[in-house]
Design a protein around this ligand. Structure first.
Ligand SMILES: [Zn+2]
Length: 269
């Protein structure tokens, strides 16, 4: 645990404790038998094939001094405020798997679905983001690189047990447009095999490192059996772009106001 992580967790508990308007126990995945009209913040789930916002987060903590990318850090208090805003405005977080079931296989979604993705695999995503999403009974999507993450496997397993989706973010987090042949297959098909073997869950989705992709990468994704892939293109994800899904990247400077602005301004890709 990083210094300050325990303090951050305590602060989270306080912040959430002060959140009077938390939704009731709305399960993020309705029981199969009750899927039509099952609870999702009390609202009815229904067939839906329209665009969906996919949020993109990195570490959930204040920037580490000297970090080359301080804008990628979102402090836990800001993350909590953003999640509370979503809940207060009728959003329900779901996995990307569930969105794809609605887009391509007749499944159902709550009225305002949102997907919350966490890239790379940072310890703070378990320490600071997981408890906040647990408070809302919401799953996240963990875009995990198979090597070099500082998120312990035991933490990943707890997130998966709570309904999170595991997606591949390659093995070594390389720019895929610089690779080809066996090296590209290893990062794409190899990471899927490795993560599925390690965690015993299906890995259906993929996230391009730094959002970099090309036609060869997409062809390998199809061959490896992935169902979809996320980029860093800004916008609302649309079912017609299954291997180049847009996301909304949340950054340090956004706080709550910028977060709301980005979400409201996003248009279908
Ligand atoms: Zn990444």
């Amino acid at each position: 645990m990083r210094p300050g992580a325990a303090a951050a967790l305590a602060a989270c508990a306080l912040a959430l404790g002060a959140c009077g308007g938390a939704p009731g126990a709305a399960p993020h995945r309705p029981p199969a038998a009750a899927a039509p009209g099952a609870a999702g913040g009390g609202a009815r789930w229904r067939p839906y094939r329209g665009p969906v916002p996919i949020l993109e987060y990195h570490p959930i903590q204040p920037p580490i001094p000297g970090s080359p990318y301080p804008q990628l850090f979102v402090p836990q208090a800001d993350f909590t405020a953003q999640m509370k805003w979503l809940a207060a405005h009728g959003y329900t977080a779901v996995t990307l798997d569930r969105v794809e079931a609605a887009w391509y296989r007749g499944g159902e979604l709550p009225p305002k679905p949102v997907v919350i993705t966490f890239d790379d695999g940072y310890r703070s995503q378990f320490v600071a983001a997981f408890p906040v999403l647990q408070h809302f009974h919401w799953p996240g999507v963990l875009d995990l690189k198979a090597k070099g993450s500082d998120l312990p496997a035991a933490d990943v397993r707890r997130m998966l047990a709570a309904g999170w989706e595991l997606a591949s973010h390659t093995i070594h987090h390389l720019d895929l447009t610089t690779l080809g042949g066996a090296a590209l297959r290893r990062e794409i098909a190899g990471s899927k095999r490795e993560l599925e073997r390690r965690f015993g869950v299906p890995v259906d989705n993929f996230c391009y490192p730094a959002g970099r992709y090309d036609a060869a990468a997409i062809a390998d994704l199809r061959r490896a059996g992935y169902r979809g892939a996320t980029t860093e293109i800004y916008g609302l994800a649309d079912r017609s772009h299954r291997y180049t899904l847009a996301r909304i990247e949340v950054e340090y400077a956004d706080r709550l106001a910028g977060f709301v602005r980005k979400l409201r301004a996003a248009r279908p890709q």
